[in-house]
Design a protein around this ligand. Sequence first.
Ligand SMILES: Cc1ncc(COP(=O)(O)O)c(C=O)c1O
Length: 432
Amino acid sequence: MLNVTIALEMKTSALSALGRRTAPPPISWLMQAALSRPKLISLAAGFTNNPTLPVEVSRKLLDRILRSPKTGQPALQYGITAGETNLRRLTARHLQKLDAVSATSKSHAWERVMITGGSQQLLYMTIEALCDEGDIVLVEDPTYFVFLSILQSRGLRARGVRLERDGLDLAHLEIVLQRLAKSGELRRVKALYLISYFHNPTGVTTSLAKKRGILKLLKQFERVAGHPIYLIEDAAYRELRFKGSDIKSALMVPGAAERVIYTGTYSKPYAPGARVGFGILPESLFATVQRIKGNHDFGTANLLQQLLAHALETGLYDKHVAKIEKRYGQKAQVMKRALAEHFPPNVEIWESGGGLYFWARLPKNIPAGVRSKVFQAAMKNDVLYVPGELCYADDPARRKPDHEMRLSFGSASEGNIREGVKRLGEVLRKFL
Ligand SMILES: Cc1ncc(COP(=O)(O)O)c(C=O)c1O
């Protein structure tokens, strides 16, 4: 009898609800496809430019750190959950400089800075800290697909807010909030996730005026929600700017510091392989997220933190960023010219002043999604893009658009950017 019971139990899964629910990342099979076709040119990956990765700079800095036991031992030891104090201070100073505020500014105090394993970890922990199953997070429509995967995995609902060329559509945000208030679901809304600089996937940057407008609306609806609604400002691409001037973060909106969770990263401007991220958190959330991080890893790898701290301290970080900004500017120009030459004129191209992406919008009646003829023809012609449909939340309020593509100039060589766009242009001309 016992054996029968055990046999029956063995047939059911040992996985948790989260384990069962977590879908495969949409991008993983795209990467797989790229690997299985050696001649394929990928304009899909959000990887950075290999030739400008700071190999020599990092060797020099690691050599300094590991030269003596005095500096080497702490770097090879466990550290502090919230991050090395020196790197937290340097990161605060770095952000103070970007936002042009004084070192005494409370909104940018180093005590609010947390160092994380990439900004991805901070995004995940923020959601863990704020959301229960069934809760709602507002997102830009479209948004960063990995963030959508976090929400999916944790059983949360995403609701899209329309995106315009200069950022979120405030009128639509108000409509979405009103709709949620009317249906009694506003109390489930915990945050709005905004990729405010050179947005992934569209390249859009949100103006400070719009950030102000967003915070004002969230505040207004908090009363009905009965709790704070946070703005998660993801600034992953802020430092990859090759045109125009920097825009201040939402932390600069008066009275906003207690509502803004600012996430940043050293991955894109320095090296994704070093994978150090950071955030500025409201005082009221810091301890909670710190406790969660204690359970994740009780501190980001110390050696990597030391590497970044030395890069910042010596000024080599700033020099490196200046170099790569220029390089990405050149690569963006190469892609822009290739798009103008090879894409049919009725494809709308969104160009950005930074980041890694162009956003291409085909006429609405030409699907370019994963199962579309365009996508299959592109694969056959050995070129890969990210179908825009992957970047849209499952939102019952609208049909998922599927006529767009994200094109990255980050990791492909100039030759491959030209050739990849040419191949894609050949495909599009057959359909348009
Ligand atoms: C918008 C956005 N946020 C966050 C991340 C995560 O970056 P990391 O974890 O390397 O800091 C990425 C990575 O591509 C991204 O595109």
